[in-house]
Ligand binder design. Structure first.
Ligand code: AMP
Length: 574
């Protein structure tokens, strides 16, 4: 970033402590309402810097990567300045983006922010049937979000008219240049009115971008979000790693990583209240004791949550930056960034919560492929390495659990309070070999420590780093295995495999209903229930397994016949 131009208006994005609220930026009530619904608690640094000048109509040159909140930084002022209830057909804003994926994402963001303003937004990209785009353009739009090639097609056909444009945004300009869109962009800007606002965002600032800025922007405000500043000394010494994972797999990845790391206590940072609530619920559903902490809670509620974390009755705190301010928990061993933080400062601030007083701290970041660049920026700014790790596999998890059991046994052996159990070992040794007795005891101890939380049936897909520009199909449903709150797998139980799962709409109550309806087994005798996409596993007493299998084979679940058999310990599916 040494080639970055010096800001004409120096900006110093401060630590989150110093920030203003969205309301202080002078945004209209409809926008503030939408932001509150989305659970955004405060503007990110780029939003704080960019929104005020954009509201006054200034041009802007911003250096910011994905994950900094740059979309809202340009979308909110655009929506604010847009005449309400426009009926004219031609767009007042054009956002050019490099990929179809981004076109969809950005127009969705406009929809979310502008929903109470009734803003008409249209994404336009190659590969989509042109007929639909023509009809939409014909009925009238306020904002067009387009890839340059397809935008130019429409301009040439006369179906996209730029005469009413008040603002043009070039988003991810460096990517657009890399993809060879320079001439298209030039041609498009030729058609745009001279009296317009032009906004250019780019993750990097090579000379070509600077040239573009000189050619198309007038006296722009310059914003540089990642300052090249040696704050390395300020950053705490913690082990820092990141996992690249698609959004849909994040809850499963978080669970897996937590199981392998086995933190004393962890705090998981999310961007919004909404995400905090959703993730807390998901993690509780997966058997973790998670507590939410966000800015909407009273001091009393917050104290209660903190109390539970300190007392060890909660192991996971899911929080927004605002809520976690000033928080100091001795026990914290792990900080998890559920998303890449929107600014390096915020990353430094978050991970400063661990690794205090000479203890080892661990910082983990779950990054989507697109956010890889932001990770690199954070590394550069902090001067510390963030290792990209592979998501632990089921085999890793098992190995780790065995290690934990071994460590627990070693501790127990050293404690010397084993005398009361001697009689058991002695009486069993009459009948069995001592090694066998030990093995059985270890097995029981191991099973008792299983948290019963993770998806042992599930390998979590590792996402590749940023092949984001192709038209990849949407993230799709997570393959997460849904579990009823698990008690430890009981002695004398076995699992029954049923060849229908979530895809068939199967819920735990359907299985309980079918079993109790078809057999003499009562609901209380049914143990854990796991529902995966294509199959389910139900824990039942060994003695009742045959009856359950026969009963289920003779009936239907959700109107369908299913394969039902004794589970072969899941091996066939792995
Ligand atoms: P972007 O850098 O525009 O791709 O945004 C990254 C993510 O941050 C998106 O998921 C936004 O919904 C989210 N986001 C943007 N601004 C905020 C904010 N002020 N508070 C919380 N989340 C935000």
């Amino acid at each position: 970033m040494s080639s970055a131009p010096a800001p004409t208006e120096p900006t110093t994005p401060g630590l989150p402590e110093e920030v203003s609220a969205f309301a202080d930026l002078g945004l209209r009530a409809e926008l503030l309402g939408a932001l509150a619904t989305l659970g955004y608690e405060e503007p990110t640094p780029i939003q704080r810097e960019a929104i005020p000048p954009l509201l006054t109509g200034r041009d802007l040159l911003g250096q910011a990567a994905t994950g900094t909140g740059k979309t809202a930084a340009f979308a909110l002022p655009l929506l604010q300045r847009m005449p309400v209830g426009r009926t004219e057909g031609d767009p007042v804003a054009l956002v050019l983006v490099p990929t179809r994926e981004l076109a969809v994402q950005v127009s969705e963001a406009f929809h979310r922010y502008g929903k109470d303003l009734g803003t008409r937004v249209l994404p336009i990209y190659g590969g989509q049937p042109i007929g639909r785009q023509l009809r939409a353009l014909d009925t009238g739009v306020d904002v067009v979000v387009a890839t340059p090639g397809r935008a130019l097609d429409h301009i040439a056909r006369g179906t996209l008219r730029l005469g009413a444009l008040a603002t043009v945004v070039l988003d991810e300009a460096d990517e657009m240049l890399d993809m060879g869109f320079a001439e298209d962009i030039e041609a498009i800007l030729e058609h745009a009115p001279d009296q317009r606002q032009t906004v250019l965002f780019s993750a990097t600032m090579p000379a070509r971008i600077d040239g573009m800025a000189r050619a198309y922007l007038t006296d722009p405000v310059r914003i540089l979000i990642a300052r090249e500043q040696p704050v390395a000394g300020e950053a705490p010494r913690v082990r820092q790693s990141a996992y690249i994972v698609a959004r849909a797999h994040k809850p499963a990845a978080l669970g897996r990583v937590l199981d392998v790391e086995s933190p004393t206590a962890a705090i998981v940072f999310c961007r919004s209240r909404e995400e905090v609530d959703r993730l807390t619920e998901t993690m509780n559903g997966r058997g973790y004791r998670a507590e939410a902490l966000h800015g909407g809670m009273s001091q009393e509620q917050r104290d209660r949550v903190m109390g539970r974390l300190r007392a060890g009755t909660a192991d996971l705190l899911v929080a927004t930056d605002v809520a976690a301010r000033g928080l100091d928990v001795e026990q914290l061993s792990h900080v998890v960034n559920y998303d890449v933080p929107s600014a390096p400062e915020s990353y430094v601030h978050r991970i400063g919560r661990v690794g205090r007083a000479g203890r080892e701290g661990v910082a983990i970041t779950l990054a989507e492929p697109r956010e890889h660049r932001m990770l690199k920026t954070i590394e550069r700014v902090t001067g510390q390495r963030i290792t990209i790790d592979k998501i632990p596999t089921v085999a890793d998890l098992r190995t780790r659990r065995l290690e934990l059991t071994q460590a627990a046994l070693r501790e127990s052996l050293l404690e010397d309070d084993l005398a009361p159990f001697r009689v058991i070992v002695e009486s069993l040794s009459d009948e069995f070999d001592l090694m066998e007795v030990a093995l059985a005891a270890v097995k029981l101890a191991h099973e008792a420590t299983l948290p019963g939380t993770t998806d042992e049936d599930e390998e979590i897909p590792q996402a590749a780093v940023r092949p984001a520009r192709e038209n990849r199909p949407g993230g799709g449903e997570g393959r997460g295995v849904e579990r009823r709150p698990a008690r430890p797998r009981g002695a004398g139980t076995t699992q029954v495999f049923i060849g229908l799962g979530r895809r068939a709409g199967v819920r735990p109550q359907d299985l309980v209903g079918a079993i109790t309806g078809e057999t003499r087994v009562s609901g209380r005798e049914i143990g854990s229930i796991e529902i995966a996409d294509r199959f389910s596993l139900v824990e039942v007493p060994v003695g009742a397994a045959d009856e359950v299998i026969a009963g289920l084979r003779g009936s239907t679940i959700k109107g369908r016949k299913a394969t039902v058999r004794r589970d072969r310990d899941g091996d066939s599916r792995r």
